[in-house]
Write a protein that binds this ligand. Structure first.
Ligand SMILES: NC(=O)c1ccc[n+]([C@@H]2O[C@H](COP(=O)([O-])OP(=O)(O)OC[C@H]3O[C@@H](n4cnc5c(N)ncnc54)[C@H](OP(=O)(O)O)[C@@H]3O)[C@@H](O)[C@H]2O)c1
Length: 257
């Protein structure tokens, strides 16, 4: 490429849900482009292992404990980031949960609230704290909400997850029109299926393997498939993008149900 559009030197990026799966990949991708990365999740021991590996490879990385479903915990984590590192420039709002499939008639309060408290309330809370920090620091900012193609179409027996991720798309759009006045871009990345702790058991099963054949590209995503889409939204390459939802799904969003 003629210009280094993806260069993130001098930027600080916070990645929630960085103790496993997509978040680990996102942290490394941003670090490779020069960002100082702050990895957040509840399992601090996992974070510390990942941070040690990043530092060992010469990257600037720190771990911070953050339960996105707990308001006080998020407040304290942002205070620590401000004091120890300074205001962030980029937020990858990635922490999320998904239960085993459950039919609508069997979804109970616990299942519903668990999805909402992390995938929606948690994402809103962290996005709000990050926006306030960026505005106070008078810094341009970038927020990427990790939704899902199930924020755009339905997945069977996933009502609470589907609704939480669809709301995250609307949160993205609503934030984007207000925050562009503050020089903060807000976009959503909507992955299709990528094998992580969240779904590995299913995709190792015969039923999961059959499901993969319904994906138009007839394969699951590889983490590397998310690299350039993430960097497009996180860097100056996407300077005129806000309020967008970017699907990376092998065509699944357009596949007949
Ligand atoms: N994998 C896919 O196919 C796929 C597809 C579409 C969208 N997504 C989305 O991508 C994101 C990452 O998922 P993944 O597949 O990488 O799953 P994963 O490996 O299970 O990772 C989920 C991450 O979220 C964190 N987390 C969960 N609850 C949290 C809480 N209350 N506070 C802070 N962190 C919390 C977990 O860390 P701790 O347990 O240590 O807190 C973990 O780091 C999720 O939002 C998911 O919905 C995934």
């Amino acid at each position: 490429m003629a210009n280094n559009y993806f260069d993130l030197s001098g930027k600080t990026a916070l990645i929630t849900g960085a103790s496993s799966g997509l978040g680990v990949h996102f942290a490394r991708v941003l670090a490779q482009e020069g960002a100082q990365v702050v990895l957040a999740a509840r399992r601090v021991n996992k974070l510390e292992e990942i941070v040690a590996a990043l530092r060992n490879d010469g990257f600037k990385a720190d771990a911070i404990e953050m339960d996105v479903s707990c308001p006080d915990n998020v407040t304290v984590a942002f205070q620590q980031i401000q004091q120890q590192i300074g205001a962030i420039d980029i937020l990858i709002n990635n922490a999320g949960v998904a239960s085993e499939p459950v039919s609508f008639l069997k979804v109970n309060e616990k299942n519903w609230n668990w999805h909402m408290e992390t995938n929606l309330d948690g994402a809103w809370r962290v996005a709000r704290a990050a926006s306030l920090q960026m505005v106070a620091a008078e810094k341009p900012g970038c927020i990427i909400n990790i939704s899902s193609i199930y924020g755009l179409r339905t997945g069977a027996m996933k009502v609470a997850y589907n609704v939480s991720k669809a709301a995250l798309v609307q949160l993205t759009k609503s934030m984007s029109i207000e925050l562009c006045r503050k020089n903060i871009r807000v976009n959503a990345l909507c992955p299709g299926w990528f094998k992580t702790d969240m779904n590995a058991d299913y995709f190792d099963s015969e039923s999961g393997k059959r499901y993969v054949q319904t994906i138009p590209m007839k394969r699951m995503g590889q983490l590397e498939d998310l690299t350039v889409p993430l960097l497009l939204l996180a860097s100056e390459a996407g300077a005129y993008m806000t309020g967008a939802t970017l699907s990376v799904d092998g065509g699944l969003n357009e596949a007949p149900v």
